[in-house]
Design a protein around this ligand. Structure first.
Ligand code: PXP
Length: 242
């Protein structure tokens, strides 16, 4: 059965809009746990545009379910991960100008650095996942560098409008799932998933963890975050069949 990690970055985005102390992502994490979330995901960006160091520190102390830290491989961020010791890190590319994480990580081109980061994380007991396009090269590089999991980028699927394109994207994700499993990697998925498009992805057997943020936080403005998270969990449970 697939599970949900709620990405709570955008709770911090609202706080940072006024540089004040509310809403607190720590409260949001507790609400998501009470809704039954498997994990809490936060992206500590180099520009600290939403999640800050203080959030990650407090979340490490308060989150009882899985804490998944999204991060790039820049040395100061890697050092923070070693100190905080989240349960899992998800390595992402990061560009300062982007609105959100755009492409997948170029694992094949950065194998040396990736292998080094994986080794350092494993020393601290931290699982490593890479956020990648569902293609062979990136999956192979993730496996060869010792990663535990890959998160398949669902952004292209989420943006697709024509039925043919949607189906092609779903096939690519299923291919990625197969190739990752053959390479002994656990398979996660995320980016751009919403209450409207989750069903077809949840139906892909073997995707075991979804990272979903914006859509849940957007709904939470109207229904509260505990209910918004519970509604997404209900959809994932309904459509993921293994
Ligand atoms: N997975 C990864 C690796 C991401 O970078 C993000 C965005 O922070 C998400 C999942 C969540 O994407 P969304 O906010 O579109 O649900």
């Amino acid at each position: 059965m697939a599970v949900l990690n709620v990405n709570i970055d955008h709770v911090a985005t609202v706080r940072q809009a006024r540089l004040t102390n509310e809403p607190d992502p720590v409260w949001a994490a507790a609400e998501c746990e009470l809704a039954g979330a498997n994990g809490i995901t936060v992206h500590l960006r180099q520009d600290r545009r939403h999640i800050c160091d203080r959030d990650v520190r407090l979340l490490r102390e308060t989150v009882a379910c899985k804490l998944n830290l999204e991060m790039c491989m820049a040395e100061p961020i890697v050092k923070i991960a070693e100190k905080i010791r989240p349960d899992q890190i998800t390595l992402v590319p990061e560009r300062r100008q982007e609105l959100t994480t755009e492409g997948g990580l170029e694992c094949a081109k950065n194998k040396k650095r990736l292998a080094e980061v994986v080794k350092r994380m494993h020393k601290k007991g931290i699982l490593v996942s890479t956020f990648i396009r569902p293609d062979k090269e990136q999956i192979k590089a993730s496996a060869e560098t010792g990663c535990d999991a890959v998160e398949l980028h669902t952004g292209k699927y989420a943006n697709a409008r024509a039925q043919r394109t949607i189906e092609r994207c779903l096939n690519e994700l299923a291919f990625g799932r197969d190739f990752a499993a053959e390479n002994k990697l656990v398979v996660h998925a995320g980016h751009g998933l919403t209450y409207r498009n989750i069903a077809d992805v949840a139906k892909i057997k073997g995707l075991c963890e979804f990272n979903i943020g914006h859509s849940i936080i957007a709904r939470s403005i109207f229904v509260g975050i505990r209910q918004a998270a519970a509604e997404m969990i209900e959809l994932i449970n309904r459509y993921s069949t293994d």
